[in-house]
Write a protein that binds this ligand. Structure first.
Ligand code: SF4
Length: 382
């Protein structure tokens, strides 16, 4: 890649590369809501949402979020529960928590004005090199080149780079190349052009080289190896996780959800609840090894000692599968029909068909759907 950057692409060739890439972007770019603004708050929000979410899925969330939190002050002042509710369904909720913490720091330390220096941005939670470069270039016109997996793939193909791109020396070289290729007069558009190329033409599978505005500079294409780049990284082995969840339902199909722990003390006392579910409002859930219904019963007696005398019947409500990074989760929901829901401090009663009135994870939604389906076929017997 160093060869591509410093010798193949210098002088006039470099200027041609930048001009062709930028010209293509300006003519063919997708019309995305965050491309109609230079407001750093909006650009930041879009970049955080897009970290683990596809563009089409992120757009409605982005618009709803901005309607409720139009600026950094509104986000900083909101109850965390509301922020998480508007994030609910996007997953990776640490992003939403960091977003709000950063907004609070911007209000407290920068009087609500978005920082425009790299050092100040990097001090904010959830902002790393990539996000800082995106904000600095797109909102403030500063020459900072972005580098993420998408851009790295394009650069690896352009320079026919083999090996693990995340290995630090490779990554450093890729960053230098991205810096060199970036159009200095329009760094925001230059970055977006590179990202757009990766998202629309130089895609992970089957790059569309015939339509590519910089195909003549592409070493991977010339060697016929573009499609096999970047080389695969070693995958972390999948870990199988089995969980069981209790879904109470009274005659009006109200159910019981438990809150996420508020502080470290509560987290420590809730350590029997898998963190996969406990960070949002959740059904009583535990990790399993062995016979699920008996273990769940014992767990419920411990969780709700006042209600322990009830002779609940646990009805299996199918099986829910869910994947989070390297974990393959099998969750066994058990429906418990009751006349009256147990009263548990901190827990809330919500309609089973509308659990999204609280911030819940996608896994909890799937459990609710499975329990609703089972509720329709299981007669009430308390
Ligand atoms: S020529 Fe093909 S492989 Fe090379 S950058 Fe363009 S789309 Fe990617």
């Amino acid at each position: 890649m160093r060869e591509c950057a410093s010798t193949m692409l210098n002088g006039r060739k470099l200027a041609t590369f930048r001009r062709q890439l930028l010209g293509w972007f300006r003519e063919f770019q997708r019309d995305l809501p965050w491309r109609r603004t230079t407001d750093p708050y909006r650009i930041w929000l879009s970049e955080i949402m897009l970290q683990q979410t596809r563009v089409a899925a992120a757009i409605p969330y982005y618009e709803r979020f901005l309607q409720r939190f139009p600026d950094v002050h509104a986000l900083a002042a909101a109850p965390q529960e509301e922020v998480l509710r508007l994030w609910s369904g996007l997953g990776y909720y640490g992003r939403a928590r960091n977003l709000q913490k950063a907004a609070q720091q911007i209000v407290a330390k920068h009087q609500g004005t978005f920082p425009s220096s790299e050092a100040d941005l990097l001090r904010l939670p959830g902002i790393g090199n990539y996000t800082a470069a995106a904000i600095l270039s797109m909102a403030f016109g500063e020459k900072f080149a972005v580098l993420d997996g998408n851009v790295a793939r394009v650069l690896a193909r352009l320079g026919a780079i083999r090996g693990d791109l995340r290995e630090s020396q490779h990554w450093q070289e890729l960053q230098e190349t991205a810096d060199l290729l970036l159009e200095p007069k329009s760094p925001g558009d230059g970055n977006q052009a590179m990202m757009e190329l990766g998202a629309t033409l130089c895609t992970p599978k089957s790059p569309q080289c015939l339509l590519c505005p910089v195909a003549q500079f592409c070493e991977g294409r010339r060697l016929g190896i573009a499609e096999s780049l970047p080389e695969k990284r070693k995958k972390r082995a999948t870990v199988e996780v089995t969980l069981a969840a209790a879904v109470f339902a009274d005659g009006k199909r109200q159910t019981l959800l438990f809150p996420p722990p508020k502080n470290t003390k509560e987290k420590a006392s809730a350590d029997h609840v898998p963190t996969l579910v406990s960070r949002m409002w959740h059904f009583p859930t535990l990790s399993l090894a062995g016979e699920p219904a008996g273990k769940l019963s014992a767990f419920l007696r411990k969780l709700m000692p006042g209600a322990a005398s009830r002779n609940w019947r646990l009805v299996p409500a199918g099986k829910v599968r869910h994947a989070v990074t390297y974990r393959a989760i099998t969750l066994l929901p058990f429906l418990i029909k009751v006349q009256r829901l147990p009263r548990v401090p901190g827990a809330r009663q919500v309609p089973l068909g509308d659990i999204s009135s609280l911030p819940v994870s996608n896994l909890t939604r799937k459990v609710a759907r499975a329990a609703l389906a089972a509720a329709a076929s299981v007669p009430a017997k308390y």
